[in-house]
Design a protein. Structure first.
Length: 370
């Protein structure tokens, strides 16, 4: 009897000790993760470290680690809105270098296509202007295509020359919206929320808004017909149409460009969000998303922030792309007659970009008179 008691006692003490040591080690490993993650999160841009470390350090205090956070309870991320104190994301204090609000003055404005672009991507913008961007009117409604840019940092190569060229481009085409923040992939959420701000302030007469990237071709004929079918008078509301990602989580591979550390985002899953190449919304959704952004703390992956957290906060459901009105990869075998089944054609790689002009010709041949 006494032996058995002693055995139980020793077991309990051993287990407790092991548990305590394990916890200390785990905690230490987590803190190490925080200490080193800032530089690892942006290896390709060492000169940007300054600001990044400071955001990380505040996050360290903001999100004390508990095992609970590894679960899927991502609402905790944005429920904590006393930390929603970013001048741009939460207070919308955008300084527009280029505003071009006259672009929205058409009486029957139906659709605005807003294209994320970078200051140096002059060629991509030219290619868009020469193809789908040249279509201003179809089936009795007006369309306008504009580009959304940030600024190069002064110390970047030829930054002044590039900025001069951007200003010249804007004078000539009047289709550039530029904010004064640094154009960088870690700053895309600034660009994206600025887009919401711009539509709300300067372009709220449009019925629909499309957000896309400058490596994606839009079939404007298909797009207009599709939207007119859904809503002949354009009075649709709560419409958010995209290729929705469900049950996805952050990339945890350290060398990946999109690596997210546990201190930046301690949960396993994201809410449902849209694939980045494009989404289509009714204009009321843009206003509602902008409003929701007042209370959702900054998160650097813009698709997750704008098409994930914000819709989730206001209870807006994504409408999945329908089979004959979705997207495809810009490849030979997907072109010709097959272009008619897609609204968007993606050219992420140079080998796909080679088909840019052919895609447009195929759209003009097979889709313009559908
Ligand atoms: C993002 O923009 C801000 C404001 O311009 C800038 O201070 C910061 O360095 C930028 N971040 C990155 C990673 O470029
Ligand atoms: C557009 O702006 C006007 C004036 O600010 C406002 O009255 C109207 O409600 C806005 N439209 C929408 C759809 O929010
Ligand atoms: C359309 O796509 C199908 C399936 O990928 C392919 O077999 C066919 O050859 C394509 N048609 C044209 C005209 O390119
Ligand atoms: C694509 O077409 C435009 C004019 O429509 C032309 O200026 C450009 O050189 C063409 N690009 C290629 C790669 O053929
Ligand atoms: C819809 C369709 O046919 N998509 C095709 C585009 O091209 C790639 C590569 O050949 C195919 O895998 C897709 O199925």
């Amino acid at each position: 009897m006494r032996y058995r008691l002693r055995f139980v006692l020793i077991s309990v003490i051993t287990i407790t000790t092991v548990t305590i040591i394990f916890n200390i080690l785990a905690q230490q490993a987590y803190l190490d993760g925080i200490k080193y993650s800032p530089s690892e999160g942006c290896t390709s841009q060492p000169e940007m470290k300054g600001r990044e470390i400071s955001t990380m350090e505040t996050r360290k205090i903001r999100t004390p680690f508990t095992a609970n956070m590894l679960k899927d309870d991502f609402t905790l991320f944005y429920k904590n809105y006393k930390y929603a104190d970013d001048e741009l994301i939460n207070f919308h204090k955008y300084k527009y270098i280029l505003k071009n609000d006259l672009a929205c003055s058409a009486d029957d404005l139906f659709l605005v296509i807003l294209v994320h672009s970078a200051p140096r991507n002059h060629e991509e913008r030219t290619a868009i202007r020469k193809t789908y961007g040249s279509i201003r009117f179809h089936s009795g409604v007006s369309i306008v295509t504009l580009f959304v840019l940030g600024m190069l940092q002064k110390r970047e190569e030829n930054s002044e020359g590039v900025q001069k060229a951007v200003l010249k481009e804007s004078r000539r085409y009047m289709d550039i919206i530029q904010g004064d923040f640094v154009d960088h992939y870690r700053n895309l959420t600034y660009k994206h929320v600025m887009l919401l701000d711009w539509v709300t302030r300067f372009c709220n007469r449009t019925k629909f808004v499309v957000k896309t990237d400058d490596d994606t071709m839009v079939d404007p004929f298909h797009l207009i017909e599709f939207l007119l079918l859904k809503s002949p008078d354009g009075q649709t509301s709560n419409f958010l149409y995209c290729s929705a990602f469900r049950n996805q989580g952050p990339v945890r591979i350290r060398d990946d460009k999109w690596f997210v550390s546990y201190s930046e985002y301690p949960y396993k899953k994201y809410p449902t969000y849209c694939e980045g190449f494009a989404y289509i919304t009714s204009t009321d959704v843009i206003h509602k998303l902008l409003d929701a952004s007042k209370e959702v703390p900054f998160y650097w992956i813009d698709d997750v922030y704008v098409t994930g957290f914000l819709p989730h906060k206001i209870g807006l459901k994504h409408r999945d792309m329908e089979p004959r009105h979705s997207y495809n990869i810009m490849l030979q075998e997907n072109l010709s007659k097959n272009v008619t089944s897609s609204i968007f054609l993606l050219a992420k790689y140079p080998s796909q970009r080679d088909f840019w002009n052919q895609s447009w010709n195929d759209i003009l041949t097979h889709s313009a008179n559908r």
